[in-house]
Write a protein that binds this ligand. Structure first.
Ligand SMILES: Nc1nc2c(ncn2[C@@H]2O[C@H](COP(=O)(O)OP(=O)(O)OP(=O)(O)O)[C@@H](O)[C@H]2O)c(=O)[nH]1
Ligand SMILES: [Mg+2]
Length: 212
């Protein structure tokens, strides 16, 4: 019986320490920010395919997008809610209706396209990037299909699409090469874009995540 006071005292001390830990030391993890993005590019560029790779979906039976589709890409420190707009000519004329309230744009270029298609791509890119709703937003331009022989590299895409000056003036535009056959490379590009979105839209996020 004589050990009861010691046991009670020990239990009390554990309870007090647990309450102290909960109140003072352990912070709730920060809420992960959600960004609304657009995914643009002419038909056959590979938009749905790349988004499906990023969401680990099957890419064997993808059909051209009619209207739009939305996919959520979960990253360690952000969720990207990506709205892909179909790239057919008949759909492109309505793209501008979706330009408001987005926080960034992923533009996909078919690295294996013909010269005519590259002109068409350049035209579609300029129309979107010069729109006041999108011109100041962060852009990620993906030069896709690098697995195909003779595919246009990101350097050549920059040159042929006359992007050199624009890239100097606008640090919010990033150009990267990718392919559906390199999911890890694609994911790391998207994660860096997620970090960029945090730096621009939620600068406090970086510190908070570092601290956790
Ligand atoms: N070799 C190769 N083929 C790809 C790659 N990415 C996409 N494709 C192929 O390109 C074709 C078109 O892909 P989609 O994802 O439907 O293209 P999209 O840009 O969504 O086209 P729309 O929805 O019509 O605007 C499909 O046959 C894909 O398999 C890639 O990295 N390498
Ligand atoms: Mg599509």
């Amino acid at each position: 019986m004589s050990e009861w006071p010691a046991i009670c005292c020990g239990v009390c001390r554990i309870c007090c320490f647990t309450v102290y830990q909960k109140c003072c030391c352990i912070k709730e993890p920060p809420a992960i920010p959600v960004y609304d993005l657009l995914c643009l590019g002419i038909t056959n560029a590979g938009k749905t395919t790349l988004l499906s790779v990023l969401t680990s979906e099957n890419i064997d039976a993808i059909v051209p997008t009619v209207g739009f589709i939305i996919k959520d890409i979960r990253l360690p420190n952000a969720v990207l809610k990506v709205k892909e707009l179909g790239g057919a000519v008949s759909i492109r004329q309505y793209w501008h209706r979706y330009f408001n309230d987005v926080q960034g744009v992923i533009f996909v270029v078919d690295g294996s396209c013909t010269q005519d298609e590259l002109h068409e791509t350049t035209d579609a890119l300029y129309k979107a990037i010069q729109n006041p709703e999108l011109s100041t937003k962060p852009w990620l331009i993906l030069c896709n299909k690098q697995d195909l022989e003779g595919a246009c590299t990101e350097e050549r895409a920059v040159e042929e699409m006359n992007l050199t000056e624009m890239l100097k003036e606008k640090p919010n535009i990033i150009v990267k090469s990718c392919s559906k056959t390199n999911p890890d490379g694609l994911r790391s590009i998207i994660e860096r874009f997620g970090n960029r979105l945090n730096e621009i839209h939620n600068p406090e996020m970086r510190e908070t995540f570092d601290a956790v």
